[in-house]
Design a protein. Structure first.
Length: 240
């Protein structure tokens, strides 16, 4: 899922590191080093995501996100900060940030958060447009919170729906357990990698004809899970 990303970070080395990781995943990246420049870039074109440092010259990150939300800009905002207190975290989220990471952070975790935000943005866009996510005969309707297989409705818990809709937004992508755990944040009070496995097991019972021999929701051993169109999988297997 390629996106237009703005990185607002006044530490040149940190900005370059984030830029490299984002570009490695196929995103188009614009780097700025102060808050006013971040606002200017966010107002131009249609950026999908702003990776925003809190402590910056000319306008800090909190002011930037406050102004963007007042202007009803729809881009996702991931804030980065050395401030680690709960009050700082809550203030950033209350102002309209979508996620918040404290420094120092792992670049790999940052990329996982970016992927989660972009998937969430796509699902929200699908909800607003009335778009249904389809993978073969599996349909996920974000607006109605409905799932069907071969036209037959399937009842899902909130956590199961969150996992399935994330995977339906990017069919054939391999999701690690950690990435799916990020999708479950706020839905399951006690979450662990075992929680993900339980959701996958329960989803297979609901969307697979033979849950012990899945053709839609597949395990990628040593990595995680992916959602497939069974027909495409069968065609690939016959072509080998």
């Amino acid at each position: 899922m390629c996106a237009n990303v703005i990185v607002a970070e006044d530490d040149a080395k940190q900005a370059e590191l984030v830029r490299r990781y984002l570009e490695r995943e196929g995103h188009a990246v614009t780097v700025v080093s102060d808050g006013l420049s971040a606002l200017e870039q966010a107002r131009q074109g249609s950026p999908d995501l702003l990776v925003l440092d809190v402590m910056m010259p000319r306008a800090d990150g909190l002011d930037v996100v406050r102004i963007l939300r007042a202007e009803e800009r729809q881009l996702a905002v991931l804030m980065l900060t050395a401030r680690a207190t709960e009050d700082d975290l809550l203030l950033g989220l209350d102002l309209g940030a979508d996620d918040y990471m404290t420094k120092p952070y792992s670049p790999r975790e940052l990329m996982a958060r970016v992927r989660t935000l972009l998937r969430r943005t796509r699902r929200e866009g699908a909800r607003e447009d009335g778009q249904v996510l389809r993978v073969g005969t599996l349909a996920v309707d974000p607006a109605r919170h409905e799932v069907s297989v071969d036209g037959v409705g399937v009842e899902c818990t909130p956590g199961e729906f969150r996992v399935l809709s994330a995977m339906a937004a990017e069919p054939e992508r391999v999701f690690t357990r950690e990435q799916l755990l990020a999708e479950l944040h706020g839905f399951d009070r006690y979450i662990s990698s075992r929680t993900v496995d339980v959701h996958i097991m329960n989803l297979r019972k609901k969307i697979e004809r033979a849950p012990r021999r899945p053709v839609r929701l597949l395990t990628v051993f040593g990595v995680g899970y992916k959602l497939m169109d069974p027909l495409k999988g069968a065609l690939r297997a016959s072509a080998r």
